[in-house]
Design a binder for this molecule. Structure first.
Ligand code: NAD
Length: 377
């Protein structure tokens, strides 16, 4: 079975779908691995590091796309591959990458029309058995960690309490809004750096999780639980009720890290312009929801802006800024997913397997995911 790893070609993407230490594990499944030239370079992995991986047969590097993709059975990428690349694949080829159908309807149509079997990594179900394949979680954990560091270095003050000969410095107050995987990691990291932490989410079960990380939970009395353990969109009344409680906490914070997301919808706006205008001089907001449009009304996705004395950073694709570890974890997520359909060195797609059935986006000329189908057809 020939497995191909593509070089990423979208802006802001430094990750790669395979790292050398995972390559040997994939080859142990009986796969013949081909890497596009310089695929790992943006993650600081030169081609030679792949050639040195203990894979049997040894990995091959190819510069020419037709040679690379000829007779490919499985293709790995982080972002959806370019249309010209996909057109070189035979029908039935298995493609694994993030797709995000709501942002990429044309890509979904193309995958369907080319009769490719695409497993979209953002669709891996959030169930215990799929944890080792859950790329959303592995990448979000890194983003949350980075968000706290970015906030700490953007602030013109320190996070911990510090006692000096000329007096004590009070610890910074850090508020994390949205306590999924990224938010909890941001809370934990800010606390390790010495900040006094507060967490807020619309899902009440996050209270206990925040408290277990030493943070106070901001209780707004609104239960915004939606389907499948995710949040739902809030009504105007609910938003106003929340705003009244949150404003005080926003105004007292030195650092706010926001991570709120609703599947398939733009990022909810958690911080209004008026709330930013009332923030402390020197306060910093790190908006980790920039890829979905951002959580703050003033955020400019991909940029850092200054509103009065408040700084708002909304970087794109944060996991990619930690490309070495992000690639390593993503590659392991892929390895575990591939392990579900390779049996005795042959591909066997068992659609009774809940993980495969829920992760498949397109197969044999059809869109298999109901939400994506509504968007596209
Ligand atoms: P996400 O990235 O979809 O969203 C981040 C957070 O934003 C969520 O906690 C959400 O509740 C919150 N949010 C949405 N709208 C909000 C609003 N208006 N105000 C405040 N917060 C808001 O989240 P995620 O990290 O992908 O996690 C989503 C769910 O999946 C969670 O319930 C999480 O515990 C669960 N999960 C389960 C597993 C597993 O069981 N294998 C693994 C990972 C995550």
């Amino acid at each position: 079975i020939k497995l191909v790893v593509l070089t990423e070609n979208r802006p802001h993407e430094r990750r790669v779908a395979l790292v050398p230490q995972v390559a040997s594990k994939l080859s142990a499944l009986g796969l013949d691995i081909w890497i596009q030239q310089d695929a790992g370079l943006a993650s600081r992995i030169p081609d030679q590091a792949y050639l040195d991986a203990s894979a049997t047969p040894p990995l091959q590097i190819a510069a020419s796309l037709p040679e690379l993709l000829q007779n490919a059975h499985i293709v790995l990428a982080v972002q959806p591959p370019a249309a010209e690349t996909l057109k070189l694949l035979a029908p039935g080829t298995i493609v694994l990458c993030f797709v995000y159908a709501q942002r990429e309807p044309e890509m979904v149509k193309l995958l369907r029309d080319l009769q490719l079997t695409c497993f979209a990594m953002e669709l891996v179900p959030r169930i215990s058995r799929a944890q080792a394949m859950d790329a959303l979680s592995s990448q979000a954990a890194l983003a949350g960690y980075y968000g706290a560091l970015l906030g700490a270095t953007t602030l013109a003050r320190i996070l911990p309490m510090m006692t000096t000969a000329v007096g004590s410095i009070r610890p910074a107050k850090c508020l994390v809004m949205g306590l999924g995987v990224a938010g909890l990691q941001a809370l934990a990291t800010a606390r390790r750096l010495g900040a006094v932490t507060e967490g807020y989410d619309v899902r009440p079960d996050t209270k206990e999780q925040a408290e277990s990380l030493g943070a106070k939970f901001v209780d707004t009395g609104v239960d915004g639980r939606g389907e499948g353990g995710y949040a739902r969109e809030l009504t105007i009344d609910e938003q106003q009720k929340i705003q009244a409680v949150l404003t005080k906490h926003i105004q007292q914070a030195d650092l706010i890290i926001t991570t709120a997301a609703i599947p398939g919808r733009p990022s909810p706006k958690l911080i209004s312009k008026a709330q930013v205008d009332g923030m402390k001089n020197g306060a910093v907001i790190v908006d980790l929801a920039a890829d979905g449009g951002g959580n703050c009304a003033y955020s400019v996705p991909g940029e850092t802006v200054h509103i009065g004395q408040v700084t708002i950073a909304a970087p794109f694709n944060v996991p990619s800024l930690l490309a070495e570890h992000a690639s390593e974890l993503y590659a392991k997520n892929l390895l575990n997913l591939i392990g579900l359909f390779i049996k005795d060195a042959a591909i066997h797609l068992d659609w009774d397997d809940e993980i495969l059935a829920k992760t498949v986006l397109t197969h044999q000329g059809e869109i298999k995911n109901a939400a994506a189908k509504t968007i596209v057809e």
